[in-house]
Each structure stands twice: as structure tokens, then as C-alpha cells.
Ligand binder design. Structure first.
Ligand code: B12
Ligand code: SF4
Ligand code: SF4
Length: 188
């Protein structure tokens, strides 16, 4: 997409932070679920949004600042172990396991200790949580579909057991992404 835009004379910036779900709905690509996720019609919420800021005005699509949830459904709200989704479309980030698992870092100037009442509810979810998406009927079809195995994920999954993660050295964590993980991990 970036190449496509550059070829048409646009300057593209991927570093400018944009509220992704807002932008996606404004562009007509997604609607909102009560769990605060962006939903693509017929696909569900397991989609990652990339935003590109450009220096030209394009033709506008029709925004879809809408919610297509069945009126009485609250499966996502009931599935949340910490009550982070405290009412439709409203999420208390500090209660979300996603926040507690990886945002609590000194560099973010957020206390690094996970509150005791949240710890008990984390179970073995040490990196993020998808419970409010897994409970959603609009995601069931996707979750039940048979996707080809991802070789890389299969390989690292074997190494990311709780027992193996406990003695992991501190300098393992700042390593960013992909093959680094595998190579590093094989090394200790
Ligand atoms: C901060 C953040 C978090 C925080 C807070 C999340 C929250 N729900 O508020 C924490 C750390 C808790 C978190 C956790 C997770 N996150 Co997060 N997170 C972000 C981030 C970086 C910024 C979001 C933000 O606060 N923006 C600022 C506010 C103002 O914008 P907003 O959140 O979009 O909300 C506005 C609009 O969307 C709109 N709006 C929202 N709901 C509704 C409803 C209606 C009816 C209408 C009209 C408008 C409307 O109004 C809001 C206010 O302006 C985005 C990436 C990004 N750049 O946007 C990812 C993002 C939201 N996260 C994402 C994901 C996948 C997750 C996790 C599932 C990760 C995991 N596996 O654990 C969890 C799930 C938690 C959850 N239920 O949302 C994805 C969501 C993809 C999707 N399909 O929606 C995003 C978009 C990243 C991406 N690029 O794909 N996240
Ligand atoms: S990601 Fe987990 S903890 Fe966060 S709102 Fe969804 S169900 Fe709750
Ligand atoms: S579980 Fe129900 S209320 Fe929650 S996002 Fe999915 S359809 Fe909407």
C-alpha cells in the first residue's frame, strides 16, 4: 500500500500515531463491537489495523461509525475475567490483561507491579488476552476455520512454555520480533 501511494506522488508517514479503530471506521472499513474492537463485516475482529498518514486529500468513503452487535448480546462483557469492559464500548485499560501483561514497564512510567486482585484472574495468560474476542459470535466462524500452520509460530510456541520463560534472561526481552527470538532462544 505504501509503495502504491508513493508511486502516485504521496509522502507517507507510518510513525505518526493515529487512533486506528477510529480511522478504520471513518474510512468505512470497520464497525465497532461492544468490546471496543473494530469489526470487518463477514470476517470479525481478528484483524490488525495499519494506518498511513499521507500529504494528499483522497476521495472519501462513507464512514461506518456504527455497531452491528445483536442488541441484547453481552457475551464479551461476561467473558472478561477482570470486568475491564464495564459497559458496552467502555474499557478500563488498567483492568485489561493486555495492559497488565505488557504495558507495566518503567519506560512507560507505569507501576510495574501487577495488582494482586488482577494477578489471580490472569491464570496463565502471560502475554495479552483475547477472551472478549473468543466469546464473540461474530468471530466463531473464523475461530473454527482450519488455517494452515504457521511454521514460525509453531516453532516458537514450543519454547514459550511457562517453565521455559521463568528462567529467561533479562536481555532476551528487548529483542524485537521474528528470527531473533528463535536464534536467541536456541542459544541458552
Ligand atoms: C492503548 C491500546 C490498548 C490499551 C487500551 C485498549 C482499549 N480498548 O482502550 C490496552 C493495553 C489495554 C490494549 C489491549 C489490547 N489491544 Co490494543 N491498542 C491500543 C492502541 C495503541 C491505542 C488505542 C487508543 O486508546 N486510542 C485512542 C482512543 C481515543 O481511540 P480508540 O481506542 O480507537 O477509541 C476511539 C474510537 O475507536 C471511537 N470508538 C470506540 N468505540 C466506539 C463505539 C462506537 C459505537 C463509536 C461510534 C465510536 C467508538 O471512539 C473512541 C474515542 O475517540 C491501539 C492502536 C492504535 N494506534 O489505535 C491498539 C489496538 C486497539 N489494540 C489492539 C489489540 C488487538 C489489543 C489486544 C487484543 C491485545 C491482546 N491480545 O491482548 C488487547 C484487547 C483489549 C481490548 N478489549 O480492547 C488492536 C485492535 C484491533 C481491532 N480489530 O480492533 C489495535 C487497533 C492495534 C492494531 N493496530 O491492530 N490496547
Ligand atoms: S482482552 Fe481480556 S482482560 Fe482485556 S477486556 Fe478483553 S477479556 Fe477483558
Ligand atoms: S460478543 Fe456480542 S456484544 Fe460483544 S462484540 Fe461480539 S456481538 Fe458484540
Amino acid at each position: 500500500m505504501e509503495e502504491f501511494l508513493v508511486a502516485r506522488g504521496c509522502n507517507v508517514d507510518r510513525q505518526i500515531k493515529v487512533p486506528a479503530r477510529w480511522a478504520a471506521a471513518k474510512s468505512g472499513a470497520t464497525t465497532f463491537g461492544k468490546n471496543t474492537f473494530a469489526y470487518v463485516e463477514g470476517i470479525g475482529s481478528f484483524v490488525v489495523i495499519y494506518t498511513l498518514v499521507i500529504d494528499q486529500e483522497l476521495e472519501y468513503n462513507q464512514p461506518t461509525m456504527d455497531c452491528h452487535c445483536p442488541p441484547h448480546c453481552r457475551a464479551c462483557i461476561d467473558a472478561c475475567p477482570t470486568g475491564a469492559i464495564y459497559e458496552p464500548f467502555k474499557l478500563d485499560p488498567e483492568r485489561c490483561l493486555g495492559f497488565n501483561a505488557w504495558m507495566r514497564q518503567e519506560k512507560n512510567r507505569i507501576p510495574t507491579v501487577i495488582p494482586k486482585e488482577i494477578r489471580a484472574k490472569m491464570g496463565t495468560r502471560v502475554h495479552g488476552c483475547d477472551l472478549c474476542q473468543e466469546a464473540c459470535p461474530k468471530n466463531h466462524q473464523k475461530l473454527q476455520s482450519h488455517l494452515p500452520e504457521d511454521e514460525f509460530l509453531e516453532e516458537i510456541a514450543m519454547n514459550f512454555t511457562l517453565a521455559k520463560m521463568l528462567p529467561m534472561p533479562e536481555d532476551f526481552f528487548p529483542q524485537e520480533r521474528s528470527t531473533h527470538y528463535v536464534q536467541l532462544y536456541r542459544g541458552f
